[in-house]
Structures are given as C-alpha cells and as structure tokens.
Design a protein around this ligand. Structure first.
Ligand SMILES: [Fe+2]
Length: 328
C-alpha cells in the first residue's frame, strides 16, 4: 500500500536471502565466490543462520569479501565503540530514535563500498535495519525532483563540541554531542586539522573550541562497474528539521536550544539551497515506499553494497547487539 511502511519480512521480496544452516564453511565459500557478483546485481543480501558466534571470525570472514577493512570512524557523526580493530558496534544512537535511510559516510570522501551488519543479540522489540535499493528510491522520488537535484551537490555541515569544555553534555548525551576528541580520536587540534585536510573537509574553530567542518559532495555518484548514476548521500538524515531527524529527535535537539546555525549537523543543496519542507516530505515519502525490512535473528549477517542501497535503524527496546564491518 502506498505511503505505508512495508511489513517485516518484506526484505525477502526484494533482496536475496540465503539459509546457511549454521555452516560457517559455506558462508566463507559464498563470500569468496559469489557475494561480490550478487551484491553488484542486487545491492544487498541476507545470510541467515551463519553459525558464526565469535565476532573474531567475522573479521576473517569479511576479508573474503573486502580486500581492505576500514579501521576507524574518523569524522563520524554518531557515537560508536570498537569491538576490535575492524569490528564496530552499529550506531549507539539512543534506541528511542529512528535513524532514517542513509548511505554510510556519504558526507565524507572516504566512504566504504561495502557495509555489513552481524546480529549477535536481536532486540526484544523493533531494532530492524531497513534497507532500500537506490533505484527504488529514484523511482519513488519521481523524475521532476530527480531532474532538479541531478548535478547538484550536498553541503554537509557538522559541529563537534570539545569534550574538555562540555564534559557533562558529551558524557550524558553522546548521540547529540559528539566531541571532536572522540570523533577524530585525538586531543590535539593540529592533528584534527591534518585529518580534516586529508578528508578534504573545510574546518573552522569557533567559540569554546567547537569545531565546524564542511564538505561538499554530489547527490549522485557513478557506479564504477556499470556507469549508472546512483542516488548516494545523507541529505535527509543530516538535515536539521523535523522531517530529517524525526519528531522525537528534532524535539530533543530543540530542547537543547539548537537552531540551524548551531545544530550538530545540517545539510543543504549547493545550487538549490536549503531544503524546503516539501523537499523533506518528498524524500521521506520516497524512502518509506522504497524501504523493506526483516526481523533480526541471532547469527544473521546482512551484506550491503553501500553505493546501491541505503540502510536505516528502527527504534528498539531492550539489549541489541549488531556488529558492523565495512571496507572495500
Ligand atoms: Fe549507518
């Protein structure tokens, strides 16, 4: 039905699902021989009942798919913790909030080609990781909107507090106040500046050592294997608006007195300017129609071609442990 979020298990109607029956050797074989081609064709794949229990195995298995694993989350916008060098927790954004569809790290030059999600502990309620193929999103956005944003860039602005200047905010509300010390993994401002230069981020220090960084990146990218233009960005999730952050997230930010000019993150089009509320509504409607989801089970492993599919996270209750490995 149009405009209504698709039901759980709609994933299987859009993307391949493979029952691995606890056979880790078969998982390894699949990753080595088939995964890349299937991901190129479909954009995402779910491996059920992988038989993997040790997150350590996850790293070695991931190397069958990816020749380079991504180590750090430099410049990231949500808090994370590392399980090991290459295995991260998925977002630790408070379970009260939905996180909308986005391409991982699309606001930065160093985005991963693949992102994988492994379920160690499914949440009692909610906590799905919805997925949408970018071609479904483009179709739902419609030709008129697509033509208007084609060739445009997104201007991403992010603001990080100093952990030293605002220790209690950073500690108590980590999903709203990411510190530059945590995000860039250093206490040294000069080192932050070097990393910004590497990532082609324009930066500025403002009052109380707040760091503002800015990147300008295209709305569409070219899929190298086929030359197809793919919708790849975080224009909606980075937009400081009710429609971007969701009602609860936006209300929480407003409670702290944030405005567009001070928000932890914000997006705008370079040519078209600020997103109108109609733009935000168009994106939300398209995302809702394009997304599919499934209920996590322990041992599930979802593989995603980050260039071709967006992912999200639903609200959840209870403990939830989803591990992320990404790379190229
Ligand atoms: Fe993500």
């Amino acid at each position: 039905m149009k405009g209504v979020p698709m039901q759980d298990n709609s994933f299987a109607e859009r993307f391949p699902v493979h029952a691995m029956r606890g056979d880790a050797t078969a998982v390894r074989e699949y990753l080595r021989t088939t995964a890349r081609a299937e991901l190129l064709e479909h954009g995402a794949v779910l491996l059920r009942d992988t038989g993997l229990t040790e997150t350590g195995e996850l790293e070695s298995m991931s190397r069958e798919l990816m020749s380079t694993l991504y180590e750090a989350y430099t410049g990231g916008v949500v808090p994370r913790s590392n399980h090991s060098r290459y295995v991260f927790s998925s977002t630790e954004l408070n379970g009260l909030f939905n996180l909308k569809l986005h391409n991982e790290m699309a606001y930065q030059r160093n985005y991963p080609r693949y992102i994988t999600f492994f379920c160690e502990t499914p949440s009692r309620w909610g906590g799905q990781t919805p997925i949408a193929h970018e071609s479904d999103i483009q179709r739902e956005l419609g030709g008129e909107f697509g033509a208007r944003i084609a060739g445009d860039n997104v201007v991403y602005t992010r603001r990080y507090l100093s952990r030293d200047r605002h220790p209690s905010r950073v500690r108590r509300f980590p999903s709203m106040f990411v510190s530059w010390q945590d995000s860039f993994g250093t206490e040294d401002r000069a080192e932050v500046e070097t990393k910004c230069a590497e990532l082609e981020l324009k930066f500025e220090w403002s009052a109380e050592e707040t760091l503002e960084v800015r990147s300008v990146l295209p709305v569409f990218r070219t899929l190298p294997e086929t030359g197809r233009e793919v919708f790849f960005n975080q224009v909606l999730t980075q937009n400081f608006s009710r429609g971007g952050l969701g009602t609860a997230g936006y209300a929480a930010h407003r409670l702290f007195g944030f405005s567009t000019a001070s928000a932890p993150r914000h997006s705008a089009f370079e040519r078209e300017g600020e997103l109108t509320s109609a733009d935000v509504a168009t994106l939300n409607r398209a995302y809702t129609r394009a997304e599919v989801s499934f209920r996590w089970r322990r041992g599930d492993w979802m593989l995603v071609d980050n260039l071709q599919a967006m992912h999200a996270r639903r609200r959840f209750l209870g403990e939830r442990s989803i591990w992320v490995v990404m790379g190229e």
